[in-house]
Design a protein around this ligand. Structure first.
Ligand code: APR
Length: 317
């Protein structure tokens, strides 16, 4: 059986890390695309040269011709501009909406059957632009945000409790921005919900509130430290988990920016919700019960996303 073909649009910090992880995990062959074709080709060659050391055979190529992504099984998009200190994700909209519209055309023309994962920010609006402009079915176009946000949440909870990250599950809903909604009721240590852990004296509500705030500002904390550019290792790992769920038909339950058609009372919006990812792409949107406070926070987050989508609609025409 032929290897899977994975196209990476954008060969910057996240794109390079994605290619490296794909090699290490032997998920398939990689085509890196970037407006700077030399960067894409150089990274592809460099990573492929680590194959003999790390025991993988993935073929890696790079360039700036969309024809190379023909018939890709999976496309992961990081093309565009990252944040710099002082910028919010939303500030990127003017630059990145046009980039994503162009990328969507390239995908539509060359690999309309691919499973497409968008990482470019502002995430929820950019994945909406991507689906609109590519015309691909909404269950094959998703945004990576929730896996990253919940990974940050899991790490901070594990550190607070002094337990392995493996035993912590965490749940984050809503847009990939300051209004995201970390749900403590659905976050657990080995199945024990966080509110019960507070009752058991493992932590305090104040500490959990601080962790939720740190999670929501997780990307900004890294932008400030890096001074140039934004996080890339954890975002890449998160998108790979989504790609792997699709390629291996794992039916993983992952929080992703998915297209809502009435779920949670929301229509025509991409926003972070738990979904099942398998060979059919987004096979199911999981609708959990929210209490009044959680619903209000989720609706507020959806409102913020809707504003960005409306702004994008004007930008791309
Ligand atoms: N087509 C293809 N590639 C493009 C285009 C385009 N129209 N415009 C820019 N690029 C490329 C750049 O040349 C660069 O190599 O996208 C790459 C982006 O890489 P980085 O600047 O290193 O950014 P990165 O950290 O990878 O983040 C990319 O993901 O998390 C988000 O906010 C982040 O929107 C940003 C994106």
């Amino acid at each position: 059986m032929a290897r899977n073909k994975i196209a990476l649009i954008g060969a910057g910090n996240i794109g390079g890390t994605l290619a490296h992880l794909i090699g290490l995990k032997e998920l398939g062959d990689v085509v890196l695309f970037d407006v700077f074709g030399g960067v894409a080709a150089g990274k592809a060659l460099d990573i492929m040269q680590s194959g003999p050391v790390d025991d993988f055979d993935s073929t890696m190529t790079g360039g700036s011709d969309y024809a190379a992504i023909k018939d890709a099984d999976v496309v992961i998009i990081t093309a565009g501009f990252p944040r710099t200190p002082g910028m919010s994700r939303d500030d990127l909209i003017g630059k990145n909406a046009g980039v994503i519209a162009t990328v969507a055309e390239g995908i539509k023309a060359n690999c309309p059957n691919a499973f497409v994962i968008c990482i470019t920010n502002p995430l929820d609006a950019m994945v909406w632009v991507l689906q609109q402009k590519s015309g691909l079915p909404a269950n094959k176009v998703v945004g990576m945000a929730g896996v990253l946000d919940s990974a940050r949440f899991r790490l901070f909870l594990a550190q607070e409790f002094g337990v392995s990250v493996e035993d912590v599950t965490a749940f984050v809903l809503g847009g990939h921005g300051d209004t995201m909604v970390p749900l403590t009721r659905y976050s657990t240590v080995a199945g024990i919900p966080v509110p019960d852990l507070i009752k058991m004296g493992w932590t305090t509500q104040e500490k959990i509130d601080a962790i939720c705030t740190r999670t929501a500002n997780g990307g900004g904390e890294i932008v400030k430290l890096l001074e140039r550019g934004s996080a890339f290792y954890a975002p890449a790992a998160s998108a790979i988990a989504m790609a792997e769920a699709y390629l291996k038909d794992k039916k993983r339950v992952l929080p992703c920016a998915a297209y809502l058609t009435g779920q949670y009372g929301i229509n025509d919006l991409y926003v972070g919700v738990p979904v099942v990812i398998g060979a059919g792409g987004v096979e199911k949107i999981v609708e959990i019960e929210l209490n009044a406070t959680e619903k209000a926070a989720f609706d507020k987050s959806c409102g913020a996303v809707r504003e960005l989508i409306e702004a994008s609609r004007k930008l791309i025409g």
